[in-house]
Design a protein around this ligand. Structure first.
Ligand code: GLY
Length: 403
């Protein structure tokens, strides 16, 4: 889609921060939130210093991260959110005890990619926002420097992926010239770093990245490409493709959700109406494409002869993003419309996919689809759990997060 208006509206993050979405299901969401926090408390000694990676097939147990995993911060993020609700020092200590992992990320440039946003917002930014701890701030600022330094002129975005040994030579090259939709979440690290330091380049690079994403990743009908390739010599756009979706022209559900949440949050961070309008269009696009139970299939273009795997993580990210959008709109019919969309998805998750109350379950949500074509189609996912917790908190009126 094209961007017509990138003017700053002048609305500030602070004035937008007080907001109770007009949800019709506050009691049910409050109950689900209590169950989720109780589960997180129970899991602290079970996980110890391990970070969940993905649910083990056919169970409600997790396998755990080794090194260089993009998902390593989602449990830490849950610990910090639960701490913000309860003040339980055990949660804080367990979250902070993971700092060594994030220190190793900073010390290993080969591990740096767009996921620095997820990794440091939910660990060090969270710690600093909740406790004022200065080492956490310094680490998050270093991560923001590394993320901003991934701008490879003349391509108008920060480089998302790195080539890996396991990639084919063609894909390895393509990765170095690709903007992916997941990266729109990470721009909050740069907006945060700008607020902390006053360094304008952080906000300029984040705005450039978001504007390129809106122009090229979002199609005219507000569906999205997972990835978009550019010419590294000229910076000119080449074309869209998928990595985890059904096909190049389909709309991968989690990709759409990353953009809805990321752009809604970037609107809160900047007041830039083009970010809000893009998130609105993308939320409208999916609103009549949800199954009866409210929870998206893993790709919005899935044909009826394919197994209808849900992606509860896409549902959780979309619900949290739609509440964020309602907060950004601030009230009236718009806030009601995106609260109703978020409510529909979140209610579907609470009623059909919530396993927090199940004894022995090591997560909050079942039936996430990490990468269907690789057979990872029906698992607990730590990002599904994190965004489910965030969506429940937003539904009952919390507005302070780490983005
Ligand atoms: N960031 C990768 C994914 O959403 O699976």
């Amino acid at each position: 889609m094209s961007i017509n208006d990138t003017a700053d509206s002048g609305e500030s993050y602070a004035t937008l921060a007080q907001f109770q979405p007009p949800t019709a299901h506050k009691t049910q969401f409050t109950d689900a939130l209590q169950r989720a926090v109780a589960k997180i408390e129970q899991l602290v000694p079970v996980f110890g210093l391990r970070n969940p990676r993905m649910g083990v097939e056919g169970t409600y147990s997790y396998e755990f991260c080794t090194e260089d995993e993009w998902v390593a911060s989602f449990w830490t993020g849950q610990l910090w959110l639960a701490y913000s609700l309860t003040g339980d020092q055990r949660l804080k200590n367990s979250a902070r005890a993971r700092r060594g992992y994030f220190q190793r990320v900073l010390e290993n440039p080969a591990w740096h990619d767009h996921d620095l946003g997820f990794l440091f917002l939910l660990s060090c930014v969270a710690d600093y926002k909740l406790t004022g701890e200065s080492d956490a701030r310094a680490m998050a600022l270093r991560a923001a420097d590394f993320l901003a330094a991934r701008w490879r002129q003349p391509m108008p975005f920060v480089m998302c992926w790195n080539p890996m040994k396991r990639d084919t030579p063609e894909f390895a090259t393509r990765k170095t010239r690709t903007l992916n939709i997941d990266s729109l979440q990470g721009m909050s690290l740069l907006y945060w770093a700008h607020r902390e330091t006053g360094q304008r380049s952080f906000v300029d690079i984040a705005n450039m990245h978001n504007e390129t994403g809106i122009t090229h990743l979002i199609r005219d009908d507000f569906s999205s490409y997972h990835c978009y390739e550019f010419d590294p010599g000229t910076g000119k756009p080449i074309g869209g493709y998928t990595h985890q979706g059904l096909n190049d022209e389909s709309c991968w559900s989690r990709g759409q959700s990353w953009a809805i949440h990321g752009l809604a949050q970037s609107y809160l961070n900047t007041g830039n109406r083009a970010f809000r309008d893009a998130a609105v269009g993308m939320a409208d696009y999916i609103s009549d494409k949800l199954p009866e139970d409210g929870v998206p299939l893993w790709d919005y273009d899935l044909p009826t002869d394919r197994h209808p795997y849900r992606d509860t993580s896409a549902g959780a990210v979309t619900a949290a993003g739609a509440y964020t959008l309602a907060q950004g709109i601030g009230g009236g019919a718009g806030a009601e419309k995106y609260t109703a969309l978020a409510d529909k998805i979140l209610l579907g998750l609470v009623e059909n996919y919530d396993i927090a109350g199940l004894e022995g379950a090591e997560g909050l949500l079942k039936e996430g689809a990490a990468f269907v074509d690789l057979g990872r189609a029906d698992n607990m996912l730590p990002y599904g759990d994190y965004y489910y917790l965030e969506a429940l908190m937003r539904a009952v009126g919390h507005t302070e997060f780490f983005w």
